[in-house]
Design a protein around this ligand. Structure first.
Ligand SMILES: Cc1cc2nc3c(=O)[nH]c(=O)nc-3n(C[C@H](O)[C@H](O)[C@H](O)COP(=O)(O)OP(=O)(O)OC[C@H]3O[C@@H](n4cnc5c(N)ncnc54)[C@H](O)[C@@H]3O)c2cc1C
Ligand SMILES: NC(=O)c1ccc[n+]([C@@H]2O[C@H](COP(=O)([O-])OP(=O)(O)OC[C@H]3O[C@@H](n4cnc5c(N)ncnc54)[C@H](O)[C@@H]3O)[C@@H](O)[C@H]2O)c1
Length: 475
């Protein structure tokens, strides 16, 4: 343990958050040590966003082939090579991996240590037999699947996001416990790739999203053939021959569901254990490391970002947090997080995207002093051309038109939400979107049309008609 490394910034965890801090800081002239105990790229690249979106893309390709006849395109019977779909998943990971690799970060100038880090004091830690003393530390150790203590859970084999992308045979019947974004994305991908799928959710599916938008997802996945059990308590799981039985209770009745495979997708646990946080003087709980608005922990020289803080657990939030700590550490600016315009997207088909307040949250905050306008995909010419008319946009504003939140359920909703994210973060009024020229025919016109609809009651009113008739008298 004589090997001592002194550095400006020591980053723990080379996932979405840690990599962003390390790359930014080293390129701006700081001396950076980056420590990763597992795979470079963390959850997002290896077991999260990237594989899940690649598997969904494979599922959507199968679904598009099955429904191609509506365009007059005939295919033979659609067959899926599940292992081929997983090959696609791993080729996408492999394509992105060099960007997050040890080689790239060493070329940028970081010292990369591939080992587990553990604090031994308020300004030092050990990793890979080295003692690292840094002016500032950034903890970006992420989160892992949280498996609930369901009776019998240890008696059966189950997937989490860490193992499901290693599976190369299509499950006959995949039972998914948890109807959040992971549960629903994986449920639809597997169903579209040929598995029978059942989802068990103790609340309602996608409980963090607007209920009207979620209703569209519910209808779509049920129509596609996924069995949903909402407001269902998982009482027990048990092996039954080579099958898995899940016993649930819904409306006071026990129901037994038998499947070939089980996925647990019931939320996340921040990685706070075995990090020596007590030795470093850092306040934390099982819900995450406590940080202030500048992302400083209770030890002011140590910052924490991304999933480990237990906040909004998205790759783009880990990246956003990275920008905040870089400004704090390198430029001594008191930059603070602002969560008023955080978008998120669930990548089912149709997609569900949200930014700002949803209707329920807006009503809770402002009572009935809000306006809600909607516009259907079915009214959009591009959506019609592409036979993707399911869905709608919902915008919530103050009575004077300040945009409070937007939700979109429909084809490419995730590509449409950026405009609303910008509008909310720049505190724009809905008139700015109504006045935008949107190219025809694009799905983007949906945003312009919903903004236009906000003005419909006043624009096409009797008062306006009277004014127009009066003015026309003058020639
Ligand atoms: C299935 C799934 C799908 C997802 N899809 C999306 C999506 O579509 N869009 C989106 O925005 N988000 C998505 N997410 C969430 C996203 O993956 C996370 O929010 C993001 O990865 C968090 O980044 P992070 O840097 O905080 O942590 P991570 O990416 O998890 O990185 C943490 C790193 O720290 C390392 N580490 C932990 N402890 C130590 C230690 N003691 N010493 C050294 N290293 C350590 C870990 O090995 C890991 O590599 C998804 C997540 C899952 C599970
Ligand atoms: N597209 C995306 O951006 C995306 C995709 C996947 C994951 N993520 C991120 O990862 C996080 C974790 O995803 P997640 O879906 O695991 O978590 P989640 O917390 O969002 O959803 C978990 C769901 O499981 C349910 N649940 C919990 N315990 C249960 C039980 N015993 N029985 C039945 N249902 C139970 C909850 O009610 C909830 O609906 C997300 O919150 C999100 O931040 C993002």
């Amino acid at each position: 343990m004589n090997d001592i490394l002194k550095t400006d910034i020591c980053v723990i965890g080379a996932g979405s958050g840690g990599l962003s801090v390390a790359a930014g800081a080293v390129q701006m002239g700081a001396d950076v040590v980056l420590i990763e105990k597992g795979k470079m790229g963390g959850d997002c690249l290896n077991t999260g966003c990237v594989p899940s979106k690649a598997l969904l893309a494979a599922g959507h390709a199968a679904e598009n082939a099955r429904t191609a006849s509506q365009f007059g395109v005939t295919t033979g019977p659609v067959s899926v090579n599940f292992a081929g779909a997983m090959d696609h998943v791993h080729s996408v990971i492999a394509g992105i991996a060099p960007h997050d690799s040890v080689d790239r970060f060493e070329e940028l100038g970081c010292t990369v240590i591939q080992a587990k880090a553990c604090f031994t004091g308020p300004n030092e830690l050990i990793a890979g037999g080295k003692r690292i003393i840094a002016k500032r530390f950034v903890i970006a150790t992420g989160s892992r699947a949280s498996v609930p203590p369901i009776d019998g859970i240890d008696s059966v084999a189950y997937f989490t996001n860490e193992t499901i992308f290693e599976n190369r045979t299509c499950p006959d019947h995949l039972i998914v416990i948890g109807g959040g974004p992971i549960g629903l994305e994986m449920a639809q991908a597997h169903q579209q790739l040929g598995a029978k799928v059942t989802v068990i959710e103790m609340s309602t599916i996608l409980p963090k999203d607007d209920t009207d938008l979620v209703a569209v997802i519910r209808k779509t996945v049920e129509t596609e053939g996924i069995s949903l059990y909402e407001k269902a308590k998982t009482k027990r799981v048990e092996p039954h021959g080579d099958q898995i039985r899940v016993i649930i209770e819904r409306d006071g009745t026990d129901i037994t569901i038998e499947g070939s495979h089980l996925l647990i997708a019931t939320g996340r646990k921040p990685n706070v254990e075995n990090l020596g946080l007590d030795d470093a003087g850092i306040d934390y709980s099982p819900r995450g490391i406590k940080v202030d608005a500048r992302l400083r922990t209770s030890n002011r020289k140590i910052f924490a970002i991304g999933d480990v803080t237990g906040g909004l657990q998205f790759t783009h939030m880990a990246g956003y947090d990275a920008g905040i700590v870089i400004r704090n550490i390198l430029f001594r600016l008191p930059a603070k997080v602002d969560h008023s315009a955080v978008p998120w997207v669930t990548f089912t088909s149709p997609e569900l995207a949200q930014v700002g307040l949803n209707e329920a949250a807006a009503r809770e905050k402002f009572g009935n002093a809000i306006r809600v306008v909607t516009w259907d995909y079915a009214e959009n010419d591009r959506a019609r051309a592409e036979a993707k008319t399911t869905g709608f946009i919902k915008v919530i504003t103050t009575p004077r038109g300040k945009i409070l939140g937007t939700g979109i359920v429909g084809h490419q909703a995730g590509e449409l939400i950026g405009l609303w994210s910008l509008a909310i973060s720049r505190k724009m009024k809905i008139g700015a979107v109504a006045g935008m020229i949107a190219p025809y025919p694009t799905l983007g016109e949906i945003s312009k049309r919903v903004a236009g609809a906000w003005y419909t009651p006043s624009l096409f009113s009797e008062k306006t008609r009277k004014i127009v008739r009066f003015l026309l008298k003058f020639g």
